[in-house]
Design a protein around this ligand. Structure first.
Ligand SMILES: C[S@@+](CC[C@H](N)C(=O)[O-])C[C@H]1O[C@@H](n2cnc3c(N)ncnc32)[C@H](O)[C@@H]1O
Length: 241
């Protein structure tokens, strides 16, 4: 895989050829569990690598204000059709999270169901640089990654060791929960691949976050510092409780 995963043509080709081993046409079961277990209330949410939009539409139907991005224009086209069919409002955009993506406001919650574990093979610093900039201090997030406790094969997700998840995500976010789970099966009888369910909360105090903010948005950063104490979404209607 390596750098190929940052090439939009790589993903576009997969959608063109219908070579989508991750596609279940249903919202992620683990996302549904976390939303329910963590009592996450409707808020501004970003889905990263949304594919054909099942989870984004599911969130929108539950009152979340959803922006959902994907590198593949074909995936976004299908996602828009799905939202129209389901009468759901989602702001779908073709975008690359490793590039400076512009959004009107910052997000209270984000969901990445199988994008980061590919992107990290090529450029995880660029991914975190954007993610830190577009999430509010104390924002929550759920990341689903392949789990190296079972061997990787040709079809399943790229796998990641526990220490790698902790090192990479722990640099920018507090890891509130890291548990093994199984990705949804694609069709009856198909294998359910082992994954990591990583539930995180953004912090602003790490050295790397300070560096990112001072480099990219010093005014926003100063505003964040002053807002931080009152802004934890856990205690407001805008975020999870
Ligand atoms: C394994 S698929 C998962 C799709 C969807 N989350 C699902 O579970 O059906 C990974 C998705 O991430 C998208 N993607 C890869 N790199 C990306 C990037 N840098 N920014 C945005 N999307 C990206 C791909 O186009 C692909 O749709």
């Amino acid at each position: 895989m390596s750098k190929e995963v940052l090439n939009p043509d790589h993903w576009e080709r997969q959608y063109e050829e219908g070579d989508l081993p991750w596609e279940t046409w249903r919202p992620s079961t683990e996302l549904q569990h976390i939303i329910s277990e963590r009592h996450i209330k409707p808020c501004r949410v970003l889905e990263i690598g949304c594919g054909t939009g099942s989870s984004a539409v599911w969130l929108a139907k539950r009152g979340f204000e959803v922006t959902a991005i994907d590198l593949s224009s074909l995936a976004i086209q299908q996602a828009k059709q799905r939202a129209a069919d389901d009468e759901a409002t989602v702001n779908f955009q073709v975008a690359d999270l490793t590039k400076p993506v512009a959004f009107r406001d910052q997000f209270d919650f984000f969901f990445d169901g199988g994008c980061y574990h590919a992107v990290r093979l090529a450029d995880s610093p660029a991914y975190f640089q954007t993610l830190v900039r577009i999430t509010r201090p104390h924002a929550y997030g759920l990341v689903l990654l392949g789990n190296a406790a079972e061997p990787e094969d040709e079809i399943g997700p790229p796998t990641v060791e526990e220490w790698q998840v902790r090192a990479e995500w722990g640099e920018h976010f507090n890891i509130l929960q890291l548990r093994p789970f199984r990705f949804d099966r694609q069709y009856r009888g198909a294998k359910r691949y082992l994954g990591w369910s990583c539930f995180v909360q953004r912090r602003i105090s790490s050295q790397s976050n300070l560096r990112v903010h001072l480099r990219t948005a010093p005014i926003d950063f100063l505003q964040e510092l002053s807002d931080e104490r009152n802004n934890d979404p856990i205690s407001t209607n805008r975020g999870p409780s």
